[in-house]
Design a protein around this ligand. Sequence first.
Ligand SMILES: [Zn+2]
Length: 394
Amino acid sequence: MSFDKNRVIIFDTTLRDGEQSPGCSMNHEEKLRMARLLDDMGVDVIEAGFPIASKGDFEAVHAIAGEAKNAVIAGLCRTVKKDIEATAEAIKPAKRQRIHTFISTSPLHMKYKLQMEPEAVIEKIHECVSFARNFTDDVEWSAEDGSRTEDDFLCRAVETAIKAGATTINIPDTVGYATPEDYAARFRMLIERVPNIDKAILSAHCHNDLGLAVANSLAAVQAGARQVECTINGIGERAGNAALEEIVMAIRTRPDRLPYTNNIQTTMITQVSRALSDVTGFTCQPNKAIVGANAFAHESGIHQDGMLKNAQTYEIMTPESVGLDKSELVLGKHSGRHAFRKKLEALGYKLGENALEDAFARFKDLADAQKKVSDDELIALVAQNVAHMERKGI
Ligand SMILES: [Zn+2]
């Protein structure tokens, strides 16, 4: 995909892991709309669905594959031949196709979920990855519950998958159990111990059960992973997946600590985030990083005053960089005169000192009574203000 050793492949699974979370299901047209946006935004790999799961999933993957301009289109499948065949069929129209196959490797999952002996799991990996390579030379293999898999067994499984032809090796933290340090150590261990590791790209896939999905993903990149699997707005099973926008903006904002490149056009982030909220009806909490309604909003007087003097005083990235017009100075009871005057000017009102004082005093009363003062209320307040001053003979 790229020979830049610091290039991070952004693998978006909004339409697969994200879509399978409660309340986030999307219909055919909605999936196509999201896939077009993801492709335009520069996502490298779009995991479009799980073709064997349903006829609808198969059709959506097939349609997305037919439309994709640049992105690799991936379909997920178990290590079962008929799953792999269905996926190969679904992604066939894509210019660039990937089969993503997975099997659990942790003792807990092998014993209770798969009810398979470890040796049989190793055989299955070899058999299914080789089989998938008959359809495409881009095959990803995932060690489900990888963060709870024993080191020796994980090394064997990874070596087997690469030998069978896997070109990407994903080590998911399926249950959101990892911490940045131990997750990074897992990648370093694989790089050190697996003899053919240089023949594959390592990938991180993190869940946010402990609120660590983005931190874990970035720790994996620092340890040598060069693909991150993530979703828009961090949607996904349970507490969600690592949020694409947070990973990308962390890399962009802190090149001193995270000297990596990627292909995402960050100015599309807001648009894509809102489109997803629109199709799923799943809005972000206001304080959500990067895309929450308050992510670039300032209310406190001290912060607003600083922002008006120089935005860098309280902003580490510009709203324009994620496609927002400008930061919002929210007028509320914490706001000061400076922001109040600026806001009125922006609305077309230039008041003299006395009039401003008068309006400001009544604005504070209103802001005390309610949490936020809207532009319409401000306009009404200034209109009242004129009448008020006339009565007072100012
Ligand atoms: Zn997942």
